[in-house]
Design a protein around this ligand. Structure first.
Ligand code: UN1
Length: 495
């Protein structure tokens, strides 16, 4: 077994400290014989030390002017850009994602750092006229305090960037717990902020399990806000805890995103979008295309092309140049994905591609699954209703637009969606009719951009949208100021 020698530490109150709760070995999802990194994990006591450090640093940080706070984010951005290659390589290895996707993710995170560093100059409220003369009403945005940021392994760089940057620019202090599969990406981000000159205690990185460390970060009195991306199951538990303890909460959860392909669509572009949407990041993104809803008249032809495209994807370690799709993250995710495949087979849906684990060429040492496509899937089946978070696409056939929209909305989720059509009227109608937080027209269900809100409705999210101004607003409270400059001459009653 290859062994990584250095043991990475936790970042608490501006110092890199050894954790006191044992060691985490991060194994390569493409080859479990390889230890990628070793991290020492924090104890409950150390988690509280990190929270205390955040609380202590908060008063100084909130008094640092927003443009000055944003300047530190901009410096961190410059450092991240310089370190792009290393960050992308480490991320590709630990998350299993294809290297070009990892590079894209570094850039996406940088776009978020860039956007929010600009927002430091725009952290402004509104002014309003008063009923009274010589009075001014205005609002200010103030930080919440110490906040907990808990992030998943599938976007181990971009998601922390899109939560931490607005939290810091708004004047909050942060305790950041990354997923245990991907602590090295988190280490790089914390290091960029340290090297950018962020004052001690303003950002703390703690590595440990969700059950122990995560739990403290959700329940502790010192925490004023929680931002979480991950599963619905954990999201529900956090919601419960936040309700009981009165903390502000933002959760970005699962999806079962439909891609509708109408008969009039540019089918080449639709095909590329469906393959990228379903199998990019091995289907492990909350915005993945999980249901292809295709108009019946072209369904046979299009399904055959999707299957052919899926079969042509090269599966292997994401770090290798010629690979299209990497492994899933671990044994449990692999078992879940294989369970969905089994359910599709049991329900008698037509397996057009994949349907099995990949074990050749040493891939049995990792968690590889072939890109899988089922056709004639029943829209109410387990496969069509539950989030897979893996490379499994369900094709559902619709008679026409009306049926396609009904099928699209037949889900508890409402994150992303997409339609391929050349009919602008139909595309716009889809953007009205679809129950989702995001609609893509002639592009895959994936992705987002820093300057527009990201998030979903129904079971896909709790609280405000992320990214854009909305992402910044989550990390603030509004204060309304009533300013009387009559110099004591005010006669009118207050009502
Ligand atoms: C994307 O589609 O580029 O966990 C972002 C996820 C989402 C991020 C998706 N929060 O997959």
């Amino acid at each position: 077994m290859a062994t990584a020698t250095a043991v990475y530490k936790n970042f608490i109150n501006g110092k890199w400290v050894d954790g006191q709760a044992g060691e985490l070995q991060v194994l390569n999802p493409a080859n479990q014989d390889e230890v990628l990194s070793r991290f020492s994990m924090v104890s409950t006591e150390q988690t509280h030390e990190a929270l205390q450090a955040a609380q202590d640093a908060f008063q100084g940080w909130r008094r640092t002017s927003p443009p000055q706070r944003a300047r530190i984010v901009r410096k961190a951005l410059q450092l991240a850009e310089e370190r792009e290659d290393q960050i992308a390589r480490d991320m590709s290895l630990e998350a299993g994602k294809v290297l070009s996707d990892a590079r894209g993710e570094v850039i996406k995170g940088c776009n978020l750092l860039e956007f929010y560093s600009g927002e430091g100059l725009r952290l402004i409220g509104d002014a309003a006229p008063s009923e009274l003369g010589n009075n001014l009403l205005f609002t200010k945005r103030e930080p919440l305090g110490a906040v907990s940021i808990i992030t998943p392994w599938n976007f181990p760089w971009a998601i922390p960037c899109w939560k931490i940057a607005p939290a810091l620019v708004a004047g909050n202090s942060v305790v950041f717990k990354p997923a245990s599969f991907t602590p090295l990406s988190a280490y790089h981000l914390a290091k960029c902020f340290e090297d950018a000159g962020l004052p001690p205690g303003v950002l703390n990185l703690v590595v440990g399990s969700g059950r122990k460390v995560g739990n403290e970060l959700i329940h502790a009195d010192k925490v004023c806000g929680i931002s979480f991306t991950g599963s619905n199951e954990v999201g529900k538990q956090i919601e419960q805890a936040a309700m009981e303890t009165g903390k502000k909460l933002c959760c970005e959860l699962g999806g079962k995103n439909p891609c509708v392909v109408m008969a009039d669509a540019d089918l080449d572009s639709a095909l590329a979008g469906v393959l990228k949407g379903a199998f990019g990041a091995s289907g492990q993104r909350c915005t993945a295309t999980s249901r292809l809803i295709v108009e019946e008249s072209i369904a046979d032809e299009f399904a055959a092309r999707v299957a052919e495209g899926a079969n042509a994807l090269k599966v292997g370690p994401g770090i290798n140049d010629d690979v299209d799709m990497g492994p899933v993250i671990d044994q449990s995710q692999l078992d879940t994905v294989l369970g969905f495949i089994e359910s599709g087979n049991k329900d008698g849906f037509k397996l057009l591609a994949g349907g099995e684990r990949v074990t050749e060429n040493g891939m049995d040492k990792g968690f590889f699954v072939r890109p899988t496509v089922f056709d004639h899937v029943d829209q109410n089946s387990y496969l069509a209703q539950e989030e897979v978070f893996g490379p499994v696409l369900s094709i559902i056939r619709a008679k026409n637009y009306e049926e396609a929209i009904e099928m699209s909305n037949n889900t508890k989720y409402g994150l992303s969606s997409s339609i391929y059509t050349r009919d602008i009227n139909q595309a716009m109608k889809f953007s009205d009719d679809i129950e989702a937080g995001m609609v893509h027209i002639n592009s895959p269900t994936l992705g987002g951009e820093a300057q527009v809100p990201f998030g979903g409705i129904k079971a896909s999210g709790i609280g405000d949208r992320e990214m854009a101004k909305e992402g910044l607003h989550f990390f603030t409270e509004l204060k309304t100021v009533f300013l009387d400059y009559t110099g004591g001459a005010r006669k009118s009653n207050i009502y």
